[in-house]
Write a protein that binds this ligand. Sequence first.
Ligand SMILES: Cc1cc2nc3c(=O)[nH]c(=O)nc-3n(C[C@H](O)[C@H](O)[C@H](O)COP(=O)(O)O)c2cc1C
Length: 446
Amino acid sequence: MASNSPSKKLHLNLFMLSTGHHEASWRHPGTNPGLAADFHHYARLAKMAEDAKMDSIFLADKYRLNAMTKYRVIPQLEAFTMLSALAAVTEKIGLTGTASTTYYDPYHLARKFASLDHISGGRAAWNIVTSTGDATARNFGKDRHLGHAERYERAHEFVEAALRLWTGWSEDALVLDQTAGIYADMNMIAAANFEGKHLSVTGPLNLPRSPQTVPVLVQAGSSEDGKSFAARWAEVVFTAQPGIEEAAAFYTDLKSRLKRWGRKQDQMKILPGLIPFIGDSEAEAKEKEHELNALSASEYGLYNLSALLQTDLSDCSLDGPLPYERLPAPEQVQGQQARFRLYTELARKEKLSIRQLLIRTAGGRGHFTITGTPIQIADAMQRWLEAGAADGFNLMPPLLPAGLEDFVSKVVPELQNRGIYRAEYSGRTLRDHLGLAVEPGVQYTE
Ligand SMILES: Cc1cc2nc3c(=O)[nH]c(=O)nc-3n(C[C@H](O)[C@H](O)[C@H](O)COP(=O)(O)O)c2cc1C
């Protein structure tokens, strides 16, 4: 497919996850699960992504051990520690870390991101999550996780408070006058003085303004509350979309909500997940996908599906349909409402048995999965870009590092030849890569 709108360029983020995004990736002979908590494994992935001129790398984070760790490799190196170490071995690529508004306090979190932004020379981004599950709450001295609406209410307050902390130091606050003995102009350092229903913080931060002032704000909520939150704050949105039509509807819906907050369409980049199974022929790609699916454990899939659907499926036949009559209404789901809808709609639409649904979601948990040659994959990416279904992709290779090696050596050059993806970085900060200014609303105003 020839490029007919080279002015539109793809943004690419690498979602780094241990041995890969396929749930059985760790059992594949091409991966080494022993390296899943080894920093050098991630350093190698980050450098590969940087050589391919990707916008950023991303680390997800949860604060509990997955109950099915018996069946899946899930080490969770802590995001700030890992990204600070990766900052030292990379130069240009953005560093996106996850942190929860439910379990952090604004001062603590704002300081960590400001530190990461200083350490990396302006490459920090925050994936804002509200977390899920009572098991997480119990790791923080609480019995129950906050309900969905309350979590988002707290998240709104949290971001407001963090923005006040990040912007408290004026650009001119540092005097650095060694002769006069004046380090900082205290009139140029404003308190945050945030008082909300859930949170309060006085400030100011004990760090000067960081290179980006505000880390790039990333979010992946897909429920109504999640989308309202994104419309107000998110500059990058991760989302799970099974196909181009669903993605285009989501894209149009979310971008249309920006006006309400005085924001322009290009102040938000929407990056749906992309799981590519890449082969030199279509048959080879299909074989790779089949090989991984065959290594999946149905106990693992069934447990996760039960948790997602808030319904115990252990008494169901794998070859029968989902017990639709027993499922809760989507708005009653306290966990991931959008993923609940995605899975149930997929199963209904395609009349999938539970086993078929497990296979369909084993590789990418409902994200867009494409199995084909580098040309076919580049064609699809270009189609999504030009159809207004995506501003780029959150790349989720099924196997790591092999799937990333294939992508950067085979798909990236194809995208570059079409003029829809950068061949060089033109800026220094992550905001430069993404073409995002600091939002006008968050400039220092005292
Ligand atoms: C690509 C992607 C990455 C995510 N990473 C995390 C994560 O690291 N930690 C987390 O608690 N939730 C994570 N989530 C979940 C979202 O933050 C959000 O809770 C979820 O999409 C459900 O939306 P809702 O909260 O609006 O119901 C992620 C979602 C997506 C699509």
